[in-house]
Design a protein around this ligand. Structure first.
Ligand code: ATP
Length: 328
């Protein structure tokens, strides 16, 4: 087994709360284990631009509570090309880096796997970091819990004003391909309806459901719409419903990027710490082209190949059915 001596760590793709606790764990576990650790700025862009710096335990002091990522992140087009990958490889060789921990989503893992197949002497380990909770191989991804809590806090506030005015609110939350945030937030906030990319909702059914709420003397209603719902966007849905239900005053709120920010929750701090620690241990034990994840509260190692090709239907169907019943 080829031993590793110098470890690089980067965050890539969309930022997610919990990335900082994970960086801290990677740096300190690496140094504790006798490795040199290098921080790479702006994801794969930092590899191509040679934007890297030596890290020590103090480089990651007081970051557990910070949202975003101290290493910055980027969506880097040149890394998709063979030339970009070759430049990244030459920079890594020049720095003497022989292993990488990459924290990000499926795009980040796709890049890591391609790169590592081309240059297998650089070991790679993925950590699932995305608020969307849509990766195979880990029940939870970094940032999902914090983002869901942020959404719940915002919707609670909207519910107060909706109730005061007898209003119907349509609230768009993040999730282009994943309804995970919408579903969990919907259960937490007692949403009258939850529209998701994974499950088609007919607008006629939605209208009927909202009319039933009105009939049952509900003073306000909340409909959560994930970005990726296929009904044509939150404004269009609200307009179609308003045409049919005149008694409610309908308002639309798009929560947008505030969902990505904020201090990581206790759950995401523990998850980030566990996954960062496990990623370094896995590399030291000779694993490569894999990701570390959490399954049934245990660390599980999955091949990147499997993580990228297994399209597990992750939506919690039981929560969907329960949410419908509990909001009557
Ligand atoms: P999120 O789930 O938050 O969007 P992500 O990791 O999926 O995170 P992407 O922007 O899709 O975010 O991917 C991050 C980066 O990974 C890209 O900017 C690019 O540098 C690299 N990447 C993605 N796909 C490939 C690919 N096919 N080949 C090489 N690199 C890739």
């Amino acid at each position: 087994m080829q031993k590793i001596s110098k470890l690089g760590v980067l965050t890539s793709g969309g930022d997610a709360p919990g990335m900082n606790p994970c960086i801290r764990a990677v740096v300190r576990t690496g140094i504790y284990s006798g490795l040199n650790v290098v921080g790479i700025r702006k994801g794969y862009q930092g590899l191509i631009e040679n934007d890297m710096y030596d890290m020590n335990p103090r480089s990651v002091s007081n970051i557990l509570n910070l949202g975003g990522t101290i290493l910055k992140t980027a969506r880097c087009l040149p890394f998709r090309t063979d030339e970009g990958m070759e430049t990244a490889y030459q920079n890594l060789k020049e720095q003497g880096i022989d292993a990488l921990v990459v924290i990000g989503g499926d795009g980040t893992f796709t890049g890591a796997l391609r790169f590592s197949k081309k240059y297998p002497d650089i070991k790679v380990m993925g950590v699932p970091g995305t608020i969307d909770n849509d990766l195979y191989g880990s029940t939870y991804t970094l940032g999902f819990d914090t983002a869901t809590n942020t959404v719940v806090e915002a919707i609670d506030k909207i519910r107060d004003t909706a109730d005061a005015h007898d209003r119907l609110f349509f609230i768009e939350v993040m999730g282009r391909d994943s309804g995970a945030i919408a579903l969990r937030a919907g259960v937490c906030c007692g949403a009258e309806a939850i529209l998701l990319p994974e499950k088609a909702t007919a607008i006629d059914d939605l209208i009927e459901n909202l009319r039933a709420g009105q009939h049952n003397k509900k003073s306000s209603s909340i409909v959560i719409v994930a970005e990726g719902d296929k009904n044509g966007g939150v404004y269009d849905i609200a307009r179609r419903v308003q045409n049919e239900i005149k008694v409610y005053d309908i308002k639309v709120t798009i929560l947008g990027h505030l969902q990505r920010g904020g201090s990581p929750s206790a759950f995401d701090r523990v998850l980030g710490s566990r996954l960062g620690y496990a990623a370094v241990k896995a590399l030291l034990n000779g694993h490569t082209q894999k990701m570390v994840g959490l399954q049934a509260n245990n660390i599980k190692i999955t091949t990147l190949e499997e993580a990228l090709t297994q399209h597990e239907f992750k939506l919690e169907q039981d929560l969907m059915e329960m949410a419908d019943i509990l909001s009557i």
